[in-house]
Design a protein around this ligand. Structure first.
Ligand code: 1HE
Length: 262
């Protein structure tokens, strides 16, 4: 007999330690392949992060970050439905990148296809030796649809991304570090401890400075040189007159660490 009232199995696990949240993809049996439930869980978390959280760590259970789009749930879609499906991934990855919280990812095992698209929406990326960065869409008869042309393309450049997709090659942690897919390459099991350390540092920054780093930098990168410099002037003037600047400058002169969240 089946129990129709049973709640569906959770696909993520959330732990909160002070002001740092750790969100873990919890579909290890499917290598954390991104099905609709997992995308919905990311949407729910980043649309309304828990009160008091100042930094987020994103990781995968079972040795893999994420094996990309769940190919078993993939269904034949009419073109318009395909556009909506892809646009939903774009909306959710924009929530991760621009939702307001700094996000640090711990990358292990598969960081493949959509897994790489989610990873490149995060702001600090730590790779363990097991990492395998890959865009195998060409072998699956599809194309990237979760933001890789923009996010991965801007990190690698269109030329290198094209070669990566055409040949389906794997890049490891050191390659990823060299090319910018990762910011840190660490030993086995060292990703989460480093993520916690970095999350603490980032969460202790002035909130408005973090806001500007996350919101202004990628936007300025999309602007012309003149527009970018003008926008920088506006951003810096706002930061210099903020509460954070008052506390940061006073703390420096008083030879004490700043406390921005009093
Ligand atoms: C999956 C998926 C998945 C694993 N969708 N079920 N992504 C890919 O093309 C990557 C496909 N996966 C793999 O290449 C391998 O599974 C891994 C290298 C990640 C791991 O290999 P391994 O040997 O440890 O595990 P496995 O035996 O291949 O997989 C274990 C189970 O996870 C198995 O299910 P089971 O029911 O047979 O036990 C697999 O079917 C399942 N599994 N990956 C569904 N991706 C917005 S557009 C984005 C486009 C893309 O992301 S394309 C790239 C998709």
């Amino acid at each position: 007999m089946t129990d129709d009232t049973a709640a569906p199995r959770a696909v993520t696990r959330l732990e909160i330690d002070g002001d740092i949240a750790t969100l873990t993809f919890d579909r290890a049996d499917k290598r954390n392949a991104m099905n609709d439930a997992l995308i919905d869980a990311l949407d729910a978390f980043f649309s309304a992060p828990p009160e008091g959280v100042n930094a987020v760590i994103l990781r995968g259970e079972g040795g893999h970050f994420c094996a990309g789009l769940d190919l078993a749930e993939h269904e034949h879609r009419a073109p318009v439905a395909g556009v909506h499906h892809s646009r939903n991934w774009h909306r959710v990855s924009d929530l991760i990148e621009f939702g307001g919280l700094p996000v640090i990812s711990v990358l292990t095992g598969a960081v493949i296809g959509g897994g790489l698209e989610i990873a490149t929406s995060t702001h600090v990326r730590i790779a363990e030796p097991s990492v395998r960065f890959q865009l195998p869409e060409g072998r699956r008869g599809i194309f990237v649809g979760g933001g890789a042309t923009v996010r991965v393309g801007r990190i690698l450049g269109a030329d290198r991304m094209r070669e990566m997709m055409l040949t389906g090659r794997n890049y490891g942690a050191e390659d990823g570090l060299r090319m910018g897919l990762a910011h840190y390459a660490v030993g086995e099991g060292e990703g989460l401890p480093l993520a916690r350390e970095l999350a603490r540092k980032v969460a202790d920054n002035a909130p408005f400075s973090n806001y500007l780093m996350i919101q202004a930098l990628p936007r300025i990168a999309d602007m012309s040189r003149g527009d970018g410099l003008f926008t920088e002037s506006l951003a810096t003037a706002m930061s210099q007159t903020s509460d954070g600047a008052r506390e940061g400058l006073r703390a420096f002169l008083e030879k004490r660490p700043p406390n921005f969240r009093k």
